[in-house]
Ligand binder design. Sequence first.
Ligand SMILES: *Cc1c(COP(=O)(O)O)cnc(C)c1O
Length: 219
Amino acid sequence: MIKENMSKILEELPEGVSLVGAAKTRTPQEILEAVEAGLEIVGENYVQEAERAFQVVGGKVKWHMIGHLQSNKAKKAVKVFDLIETVDSIKLARAIDRACGNIDKVMPILMEINSGEESQKAGVMPEDAISLARDMSELDNIKLMGLMTMGPFAGDPEDSRPYFQKTKKLFEEIKEMGLPGVEMKYLSMGMSNSYKVALEEGANVVRIGTKLFGERESV
Ligand SMILES: *Cc1c(COP(=O)(O)O)cnc(C)c1O
């Protein structure tokens, strides 16, 4: 099933769009199956799950952190991940920077935007994004490469559109600032139900779980 899902998704994605397979709750074997069907980037929500899957799948794919990362997990995270999509505070950015300094690594990161401005959700508020980008650009061991957003959960993907537009606008604003060491390249928006709308609004990274691996068992 994963194989069929994968070819269907790949057929639909335009040239130049990266697919992140959102792998939460999936077994390493399921991830491996997706990789064998052509998946090149695995997205994990927890450091520990990534470490476990890495044991099986290994370095033939790229690993993205797509879940909320606590500063005290930065040291482990920088070892396993190739890109962290969810950096939303200067505290976390500094923790990643420090951990990377210790192992001579420069970590590509995305800034997560709380585009729905929901108090209980992760991500930086849109009005604080510009100054956070400026602060991030001063850290030598991280490299800001774009933005990521979830948006409020919506039944109708059309309801996500304004949040994707808001994030795209911020993306362009930060890009135009031309900050040293910042290379605004990736805009990660859209999940199984909303990625088509996200693509219309300029996403070039989509994070897909259900449509690739099947329905998650509720826990
Ligand atoms: C689970 C998850 C996704 C994918 O969700 P689906 O609806 O299963 O496609 C995308 N991004 C993040 C951050 C996730 O946690």
